[in-house]
Ligand binder design. Structure first.
Ligand SMILES: [Zn+2]
Length: 286
């Protein structure tokens, strides 16, 4: 049996070659394994099947804004735990874990920047933070982003990516739907453009409030969009749901959104809409 145990010098490397984490990514659309650098170059869209991988808020900001520059606002707002909520984990523990994971205090990044020279107030939701759920901080930050648009008379862009209202804050989360919608009504009265961008997924309380109230609504291809999950709807109405239900394409066919834009064209398409609708204040002209 000895010769089983003997290792010839040089035959077996003592140093195990490690493949760094995240070097390869498996596509959820076609199962192809893609080299991460290729994926990054294609803006995290699968070169084989065009599947749009979900990307975090910082990447979207870099993609959309001029020079990737955002003057951030309201970064110091952090959720409290008014209901002392606990399921399998304490709500406060979930918040701390998400803060560590993302480096942000809550699930939306807001600020001022410009897209193709047009100044915008922008809010970008981050799914990495508790599924992009909307609690009182997200609602408040979105509300303040809308107010910045109203005060400065500049267009508003909100990029949504969310599983809906944050159940750990109960009714306080649901109240954010009314708060943000009421401010958007003020924005509409002032005739200031609001472009809503829907990424995968945009659902529930977020979809049922500010995400669906854009003057122009743009979605990424094949994003999951909707209010309740398909199983709940099926059980409620007692009917089979149509093919492709709750996708961007289905929404567009039924008049709920204006444009489906591939990620590589997103900045260009938003810029087109902004340039069509935005006139700089006269005091800044000439
Ligand atoms: Zn693919």
């Amino acid at each position: 049996m000895d010769w089983f145990r003997k290792t010839k010098a040089g035959l077996v490397s003592q140093q195990k070659k490690e493949i760094p984490d995240g070097l390869w990514t498996k596509c959820k659309g076609c199962s192809e394994v893609i080299y991460s650098r290729i994926l990054e170059e294609s803006l995290w869209v699968c070169p084989s099947c065009n599947y749009h991988f979900r990307i975090n808020a910082n990447k979207i900001i870099k993609l959309l804004l001029d020079d990737g520059q955002l003057e951030r606002y309201d970064e110091n707002l952090s959720s409290l735990d008014p209901l002392k909520f606990r399921d399998s984990k304490k709500y406060t523990d979930r918040i701390v874990a998400s803060q560590k994971k993302t480096g942000d205090l809550d699930a939306v990044i807001c600020g001022l920047g410009s897209i193709d020279t047009v100044p915008v107030s922008i809010a970008v939701m981050n799914f990495d933070f508790m599924g992009g759920s909307m609690g009182s901080v997200v609602g408040e930050k979105i509300a303040r982003a809308i107010e910045r648009s109203i005060d400065r008379e500049i267009p508003l862009v909100i990029v949504s990516c969310s599983g809906g209202a944050r159940m750990q804050e109960g009714i306080l989360s649901l109240m954010q739907m009314a708060k943000t919608s009421a401010l958007l009504a003020v924005l509409a009265k002032k005739k200031i453009t609001y472009i809503s961008v829907l990424t995968n997924p945009t659902t529930a309380g977020v979809m049922a409030s500010y995400a669906s109230l854009g003057d122009i609504i743009i979605a990424e291809p094949k994003a999951l969009l909707g209010f309740a999950g398909p199983r709940v709807i099926q059980q409620t109405i007692g009917q089979d749901l149509p093919e492709g239900f709750q996708s961007s394409e289905f929404f567009q066919e039924h008049g709920f959104l204006d444009v489906i834009s591939e990620r590589k064209d997103l900045r260009k398409n938003i810029s087109l809409c902004l340039h069509y609708t935005y006139t700089p204040p006269k005091s800044l002209g000439n």
